[in-house]
Design a protein around this ligand. Structure first.
Ligand code: HEC
Length: 715
């Protein structure tokens, strides 16, 4: 007679996981006990919080749909639908929603993260990759962690020093830090357990992506495709931080052996000497996982340079830029890819969220993957094979007339390849995308996908005689944004590829989405309104003023039988940095960074908003000659506009230079050439500027300030 030892898949749950049976016979008994243990584990859930924090494992994550009280991974489930089965808050009672608690954050840069809630604790990352844990019911701060990212690294941020979320696994919380580390924290106290550097810190890599834990490994990509890096995604053992696998999205130096067999194929789609500057193709947002197919899906970013002439001798599809890629979850080996924009040169990242769903299409049940791509097309793919099922534009698109069903390739309109024509190309959408990282959501009950969509056109011009610089963007493309911008929420039927309803906003760059079984769609917008709509009809049911724009997606959870909705509020990201001139289209560009948590019947209120400090333009007279101003304009466009806004108009995140006191102060040179403000994220540009050039930029800003002052005086 032997003892049978049996371990529950659920792992340690506060009961002894090892069961000893003195009887060897009965498989059935084993199965029954396994079941009992599983349900016991589920039943004792709330008690678990006190004993062991963030106790998430494979059983809980793959079964997340049966555990709606918790939100244990970035998109709630591995399929990243951002649909919650919670239905205590409904279309009928949502009007009673009120503020339960809020917490002010100690950063004033962009807030893009979706919080996690596990067994009564809310974990959230904020700008500069800081992490905080709150009691999800009361808002009491339990701990906070600051990875102390050197602020100079802010200069490597294409799109603000944001972070989109954390991951959880067996007592640990994981964050990718802006300077490229992956850090595991003890979920009980926020103390680091291990930390690995996931990038070559001498290259301009950064991390803004939320990690996900798949099969006990933390999977993480990176950013930097505007600067000069080679994209990849890697996996590390969640317990130890030990490296497990890496998938490169761009082939390396052809003289070296390929890291992965598929890269030999990929290299045939590249030309010139792209590998010297990396080629781009970073994996900085979407990541989903199908446990049954054992496939990990991710989207790949834009190429470097943007201009394909510089990047790849104006030839080739350039795998895997702007593609959706599927890899084996155990080994990271290639399974399939679908390239949405072959040979892209308009910053058409394909990193937008990848939703896994099962849909009935032409009478057959299909396992699909859904994406509302930056390029304006909504893609439905077979997620087993990568085969295109359908594609349709969800906003106006001027660069392609459609997607060829047979080849899966876009049907490009003439004149869009500015590297080939040598002329400016005007496109809708532009680099900010018809849809960017702001999460969409799929509601299986309505069958609709809710998309934070926008129209921001852009003109692209090839840079003549481009030379990469050691600081700043290296895209070899000059861009200007179109001013006729729009933003709206659309409900999209993915089976019939058509819009079902829409809510219009004042401007673009609105928040991510949540949908629930309470027939709700919830979204904040750039004007600072946080609203609930009926998921089936789009009827607006409820709204509150969040005092600040909302970009991040809300999430929902339950504690002690009460449903809560949480959202991170605050302005930032790419749009206000790049396109200051239009960023105020929605009226409110103040960043008041906070966590807001709501529930039915709650009565808390936000503190009064301090009066807005009005921007006063009081520049010295513009005395520089036209040539100096023009030289300054070119330098500003090359090195400054990505953070201080096109045409030197600030978008509310970094100082508006038109109103800077340094326009008449030699501190200007100290800031630009000696890095006087480097500890605040404004580094020295001495590598690319001397005193004359810095003076030219100042002359340009003075000129712009005078122009805008005169214009505002007229009306
Ligand atoms: C990567 C983003 C980034 C880039 C690129 C950048 N800056 Fe800044 N800059 C900042 C930030 C952040 C601050 C605010 C620092 C603080 O908190 O005071 C700032 C502040 C400044 C200030 C001080 C303004 C004031 O009134 O307080 C000046 C002047 C300035 N920048 C000029 C420039 C110029 C000129 C360029 C181009 C050569 C440039 N910056 C490029 C991020 C950037």
């Amino acid at each position: 007679m032997t003892n049978i030892e049996m371990t529950t898949a659920a792992g340690p749950v506060g009961v002894d996981p090892v069961v000893r049976l003195t009887d060897h016979r009965c498989l059935l008994v084993r199965a029954v006990i396994a079941l009992i243990l599983y349900f016991a584990a589920v039943a004792i859930e709330p008690a678990r919080a006190a004993e062991s924090a963030a106790n998430v494992d494979a059983v809980r994550l793959t079964g997340a749909d049966q555990d709606p009280a918790n939100w244990m991974t970035y998109g709630r489930t591995y399929g990243e639908q951002r649909f919650s089965p919670l239905a205590r808050i409904t279309a009928d009672n949502v009007k009673q929603l009120g503020l339960a608690w809020y917490a002010d954050l100690d950063t004033d840069r962009g807030q893009e993260a979706t919080p996690l809630v596990i067994d009564g604790v809310l974990y959230v990352s904020t700008a500069w990759s800081m992490v905080k844990a709150f009691d999800a019911k009361t808002g009491t701060l339990l701990w906070s962690y600051d990875p102390e990212v050197p602020r100079e690294i802010g200069v490597k941020a294409c799109c603000d020093v944001v972070n989109r979320g954390v991951a959880a696994w067996k007592g640990k919380i994981f964050v990718g830090t802006f300077d490229g580390r992956l850090v595991a924290l003890d979920a009980r106290n926020g103390k680091p357990v291990w930390s690995v550097m996931t990038v070559d810190p001498t290259r301009p890599y950064t991390i803004t992506q939320a990690p996900r834990v798949i099969k006990g490994r933390v999977v993480i990509g990176n950013s930097g495709s505007e600067y000069g890096v080679r994209g990849y995604i890697s996996a590390y053992d969640a317990e130890t931080g030990e490296f497990a696998w890496r998938f490169y999205t761009v082939p390396g130096d052809p003289a070296q052996p390929a890291e992965n067999p598929i890269l030999t194929e990929a290299a045939k789609t590249w030309h010139g000497d792209w590998w010297k500057r990396g080629g781009g193709g970073t994996v900085w947002e979407s990541l989903s996982y199908d446990p049954e197919l054992n496939l990990i899906y991710f989207g790949v970013g834009n190429g470097l340079e943007w201009d394909q002439g510089y990047r790849s001798a104006s030839q080739g599809d350039n795998w895997f830029l702007a593609s959706i890629v599927a890899i084996d979850a155990d080994t990271g080996a290639y399974a399939w890819h679908y390239q949405a924009t072959p040979g892209e040169e308009w910053d058409f990242d394909a990193v937008q969220q990848l939703i896994l769903a099962d849909l009935t299409i032409d009478g057959a049940r299909r396992q699909v993957l859904l994406q509302a791509n930056k390029n304006g097309f909504f893609y439905v793919l077979d997620r087993k094979t990568g085969q295109l099922i359908s594609a349709k534009n969800f906003t106006p698109v001027t660069w392609a007339s459609g997607v060829d069903q047979k080849t899966g390739r876009p049907i490009e309109n003439p004149g869009i390849r500015y590297d080939k024509t040598g002329k400016p190309a005007q496109l809708l959408p532009g680099a900010l995308g018809a849809h960017s990282w702001q999460a969409m959501a799929f509601n299986p009950k309505t069958g609709l996908v809710y998309i934070p969509a926008q129209e921001i056109g852009m003109t692209y011009t090839s840079t003549k005689d481009f030379n990469p610089a050691s600081i700043g963007w290296n895209v070899a493309t000059a861009t200007t944004n179109k001013t006729n911008v729009k933003g709206y929420l659309i409900a999209w039927d993915p089976v019939n590829q058509k819009e079902v309803w829409r809510a219009n906003y004042l401007g673009p760059w609105n928040g991510g989405l949540l949908t629930t079984a309470g027939d709700l769609v919830i979204q904040g917008n750039a004007a600072g309104d946080f609203s609930a709509y009926r998921a089936d009809t789009g009827e607006k049911l409820w709204s509150m003023f969040a005092q600040t724009p909302v970009m991040a997606a809300p999430m929902t959870y339950e504690v002690n039988g009460e449903q809560y909705i949480a959202v991170l509020v605050g302005w930032g990201g790419a749009y206000p940095l790049l396109q200051g001139r239009d960023a105020s289209k929605s009226g409110n560009i103040r960043n008041v960074s906070r966590v807001l948590v709501l529930k039915l019947g709650a009565m808390a209120s936000l503190p009064p908003l301090s009066p807005d400090t009005k921007l006063v333009l009081d520049p010295p007279p513009s005395t520089a000659d036209a040539a100096t101003v023009a030289a300054g304009e070119a330098l500003f466009g090359r090195f400054c506009s990505v953070c201080h806004g096109e045409a030197a108009v600030g978008g509310g995140v970094t100082p508006d230079l038109r109103a800077s006191g340094f326009l008449t102060d030699d501190g200007w040179y100290d800031i630009l050439l000696n890095g006087a403000l480097k500890d605040l994220g404004m580094v020295s540009f001495a590598a690319v500027l001397d005193r004359t050039k810095a003076g030219e930029i100042r002359a340009y800003v003075i000129q712009r300030s005078n122009e805008d002052k005169a214009a505002s005086g007229k009306n």
